[in-house]
Design a protein around this ligand. Structure first.
Ligand code: NAP
Length: 527
């Protein structure tokens, strides 16, 4: 399928602007065809106007979005090898990883279709009237969640499929009943176009109104800011840098009518090594850590960026094995030159510090022409780590810093000094856990997910997953961007008081025609 390089506004192609750009193949450091047209402000406006119309039409017609989500999954699969080939060229990610990511993407779409079919996600609550209640009558009150309206979504560079055009944000926003306007990540515009065209085909097959989906390109901040500032945008989904996420959050809050921004902006994912685990499994933990640090060339928001343990022979043993594994790790191609340059700059800054030691680095020299990064292990003392906040900043890439604590108190001081992160990991025995109960309670206030005897990379997509955390990990710690609960970001409660039964949405009618779970007069029931 030949790429056209145009924006997709509703069901139509659009290329009004004169600014164009091309994708780069990071593995060859060469531009790829075709030219992509950066969206103009008029195209941003057209996309949101159509989205608002589509939202109103779908609300009026009580549209079922499950078939649309399933159609998108089918259309993505039907793209076949062409999608994987283009994504591999644009991102430098290996085919096996992209095949896995495609599976996750279509799996997420089908998972949300099921959530829509089951229907209970709307959290319906019914309190029947008690007209003769004294001293005042109780009215009939019913509440449920409905879609929030057009959502602006930013494709992430590090998940060109699963967190991009048809990724978790898009799937959950559509499942909640919202049209989406997606800003394609400029590092993989061709992959974005292929997926965007698949969604457009699915929208037509599922008879969605034009405007349920638009795809806009751009390499300048203007496009993203215009989307967030557009008066018809109702919410924003974003995965990327703290700088980008914060800029969009500030722009959304500076609107005359601020809108919610769900930005996931990264994390250092600290790993705490407790004495029992170090004594029994130092080598195995080191092996697992090396794999987790280098997975996907470290370009995961769950990459373990800091490892903390109490100094001693066991920690030395772990360090020595980790050193060997890091040296054996071959350099890998990063997603784009900007990410590689940021990685190298951040590493150099740490390496230049007098309190940081470079313990190990990939033995093989990275090839610049292939946008490759070396894997690195750094180390420092807990006192220095606590004194210098720069040492706890995220370095996006395949590196980690080992922190040697002198006591259990220092281990806890490090946990207490953390900012908000997505995850924290504890390696220990059950006795360790009991003894370090205070560490667990400190971490509960710092992160969204605590992992015991595992590694933070690899986020299971399931109803109980929480992929989020206190700021600066995200701009809203109440919500997750992975798993079925992600739908709640793009829904808003509406309460109907005193309505006649026939005028209520089906989910709130007495007969419960959708057979969903509801809280009726305080009891959870499907009756
Ligand atoms: P990014 O710079 O945050 O960009 C992500 C998207 O947001 C792009 O579409 C970008 O569009 C837009 N954007 C960024 N800043 C903006 C602003 N001030 N105003 C309007 N739009 C803005 O992320 P990236 O290019 O993927 O990688 C850069 C760094 O982000 C990495 O080195 C890493 O530190 C971090 N990152 C974090 C995660 C994570 O999982 N949290 C994932 C990927 C990257 P334009 O390019 O058109 O401006």
């Amino acid at each position: 399928m030949e790429l056209h390089g145009k924006n997709i506004v509703g069901h139509e192609r659009s290329a009004e602007g004169t600014v164009t750009f091309r994708a780069l193949a990071p593995g060859r450091d060469q531009p790829l065809d075709p030219q992509f047209h950066e969206a103009t402000d008029a195209e941003v406006h057209a996309a949101f106007e159509r989205a608002a119309e589509a939202f109103a039409t779908c609300r009026r017609r009580r549209v079922d979005f499950a078939p649309f989500l399933e159609c998108i999954a089918g259309e993505i699969e039907a793209l076949g090898d062409a999608l994987i080939t283009r994504a591999a060229e644009e991102t430098g990610l290996p085919e096996a990883r992209l095949l896995g990511e495609r599976g996750r993407t279509v799996g997420q779409l089908r998972m949300f279709a099921k959530v829509v079919r089951k229907g209970s996600w709307v959290d319906a609550r019914i309190d029947h009237a008690i007209p003769d209640r004294k001293p005042i009558p109780k009215p009939d009150v019913r509440r449920m969640l409905i879609g929030i309206g057009p959502v602006a979504i930013f494709g992430a560079s590090n998940f060109p499929l699963a967190f991009s055009v048809a990724g978790g944000d898009t799937a959950s926003a559509i499942a909640a009943g919202n049209p989406v306007v997606v800003k394609a990540h400029p590092a993989h515009p061709g992959t974005s176009e292929l997926v965007g065209r698949a969604i457009r085909r699915a929208a037509m097959a599922a008879e969605m109104p034009s405007g349920m989906f638009s795809l806009l390109h751009g390499t300048s901040e203007r496009v993203g800011l215009a989307m967030v500032r557009h008066p018809l945008a109702r919410a924003v989904g974003f995965t990327g840098s703290l700088r980008g996420g914060r800029a969009l959050f500030d722009a959304a809050n500076a609107r005359p009518d601020p809108i919610p921004v769900y930005a996931e902006m990264g994390s250092i994912n600290p790993v705490f090594l407790l004495p029992g685990a170090l004594a029994g499994r130092a080598d195995a933990i080191a092996e697992g850590l090396a794999q987790s640090v280098s997975l996907g060339v470290g370009q995961f928001c769950t990459n373990p960026g800091v490892v903390v343990g109490v100094a001693g022979d066991d920690l030395d043993r772990l360090t020595s094995t980790l050193r060997e594994r890091i040296e054996e790790t071959a350099p890998g191609t990063m997603l784009h030159r900007g990410i590689l340059e940021a990685y190298e700059r951040d590493l150099q800054e740490l390496d230049g510090s007098s309190v940081v030691t470079l313990e190990a680095r990939s033995r093989e020299t990275p090839r610049r022409e292939r946008t490759e990064a070396a894997c690195c292990l750094l180390s420092t003392e807990a006192g220095d780590f606590l004194a210098d906040r720069r040492l706890s900043r995220e370095i996006f890439g395949p590196s980690t810093i080992l922190v040697r604590a002198r006591s259990r108190e220092q281990l806890e001081a490090i946990a207490a000094g953390l900012e908000g992160h997505l995850t924290a990991t504890i390696h220990g025995t059950e006795e360790d856990l009991e003894e370090h109960a205070s560490l667990v309670s400190i971490l509960e206030s710092k992160v969204g997910r605590i992992i015991f005897n595992g590694f933070p990379t690899g986020v299971e997509v399931c109803p109980s997953m929480h992929h989020g955390g206190p700021y600066p990990a995200t701009t809203n710690s109440l919500f997750t961007s992975v798993g079925t609960a992600a739908i709640l970001r793009f829904a808003r409660p509406v309460c109907y008081q005193g309505f006649p039964d026939a005028a209520l949405p089906a989910e709130l009618q007495d007969e419960n025609p959708r057979r969903i779970w509801r809280l009726v007069d305080g009891e959870l029931t499907r009756e």
